[in-house]
Design a protein around this ligand. Structure first.
Ligand code: FEO
Length: 156
């Protein structure tokens, strides 16, 4: 059984992960509407990954005998001003998530929950990759490249 503080934080995080999944799906819709199918598929894959993250936490709560919770997910936009806005908002979102996992790791250590601390390491490492992905995409869009040509350079 996890500590109450870590359980609460993980329950909240499930909401953030589903919310990120929904946000990325909205971005996929935005790109799809412009026939930028490569960008749309990239954001759909991101959306699926975030759902996987939510499920990973969900299963961890169940496996540790902790109560699962499914927070309300806010509506996600499907319109943006530009491709740059989508990748900048994505990086911002990932940075918040990275901080949330670091805060949870601090809670786990404070509570002496070394199993929980170990579980959180996977996410902390994953976040390094996610932030780097969006930093590269911001640079790609800022280079002024045609967005159709940029599709060949998107992460698979
Ligand atoms: Fe699951 Fe990219 O945070």
């Amino acid at each position: 059984m996890l500590s109450t503080a870590l359980t609460n934080a993980l329950q909240t995080q499930i909401g953030y992960e589903f919310s990120a999944s929904q946000t990325y799906l909205g971005m996929a819709a935005y790109f799809h509407a412009q026939n930028l199918d490569g960008w749309a598929k990239f954001f759909e894959r991101q959306s699926a990954e975030e759902r996987e993250h939510a499920l990973k936490i969900f299963h961890y709560l169940l496996e540790t005998g902790s109560p699962a919770k499914l927070p309300i997910i806010p509506e996600a936009p499907v319109e943006y001003r530009s491709a740059l806005e989508t990748v900048e908002k994505s990086l911002e979102q990932e940075q918040k998530v990275s901080q949330a996992f670091k805060d949870m790791a601090a809670i786990a250590l404070k509570e002496g929950d070394y199993t929980g601390f170990g579980f959180l390491q996977w996410f902390i490492e994953e976040q390094v990759e996610e932030e780097a992905t969006f930093e590269r995409l911001i640079a790609l869009v800022k280079s002024g490249i045609n967005l159709f040509q940029a599709e060949a350079l998107l992460p698979q």
